[in-house]
Design a protein around this ligand. Structure first.
Ligand SMILES: [Zn+2]
Length: 249
């Protein structure tokens, strides 16, 4: 079976790519440039794909003018709004929602999949995304898959229900655990929304990442007795613990 993988260069989709390569041929990995603070992520995505010998492309939504239109939503990912700090469970994280993001990405990936005669489209959404992003929920992902399948019947090689989200019912810590088992180097993935030289350690994705990796490495140690260290450099290595406490009170 052949697949197209939507890949951002973050922890989730990088782990997804490693996982998919265990059982499928990846005919294309595709990333999306919103022109936002995600440039860094794209560099990481490209490096990983080169390392794994997977064809990689980036779709530029920035120079197409789409980012400019989307920035009217005031999402801090596409506009100049400050990226909020803290835990995702906090209300201010709604500022990181890009309107219709997954539909845009999946429909483009769907077109590539049909053209390249792929059978499946893989995406790395997980249970922790559901709370804030409606387009990461199973209802949406399944409906989008149905729409792509119906809209291309008789063309290409897609199978019914072509979108596969293997981490849909799993937490980010589960993904980090899978990353360890697959030998994904954490430091070769980029999560930070701020786009500095190294991970800030304070934005929503940094906090979520550090919490997930801490949980996964603990679980890995409990199961195997093997110590796995996160080699990613962070500007602030302690803030995530505070943010976590704050979000649970
Ligand atoms: Zn950050």
């Amino acid at each position: 079976m052949k697949g197209v993988v939507v890949m951002s260069g973050g922890l989730d989709s990088t782990t997804l790519l490693y996982r998919v390569l265990e059982g499928f041929e990846v005919v294309q990995a595709v990333s999306f440039n919103y022109g936002q603070r995600h440039k860094k992520e794209l560099e990481f995505a490209q490096a990983t794909c080169e390392k794994l010998h997977v064809p990689w492309t980036t779709i530029d939504l920035w120079s197409s003018g789409l980012t400019e239109l989307l920035s009217e939503s005031n999402s801090s990912l596409v506009s100049d709004e400050e990226v909020p700090e803290g835990h995702y469970a906090e209300e201010n994280m709604k500022a990181t929602v890009v309107p219709n993001r997954n539909m845009i990405m999946l429909s483009i990936a769907g077109g590539i999949a049909v053209a390249k005669k792929a059978n499946l489209i893989f995406v790395g959404v997980h249970a922790g995304d559901h709370f804030i992003y409606p387009d990461c929920r199973p209802e949406f992902v399944n409906a989008a898959g149905d729409a792509i399948y119906l809209g291309n019947e008789g063309f290409g090689e897609l199978i019914p229900g072509p979108i596969v989200a293997p981490y849909m019912q799993q937490s980010k810590a589960d993904i980090a655990f899978d990353a360890i088992s697959l030998g994904v180097p954490f430091e070769e993935t980029w999560s930070c929304y701020k786009g500095g030289a190294i991970h800030c350690g304070r934005c929503g994705t940094c906090v979520e990442r550090m919490e997930a990796i801490a949980t996964a490495t603990k679980r890995w140690y409990a199961m195997t007795g093997e110590v796995v260290a996160d080699q990613t450099p962070y500007q602030d290595t302690e803030f995530w613990r505070e943010a976590l406490k704050r979000s649970t009170v």
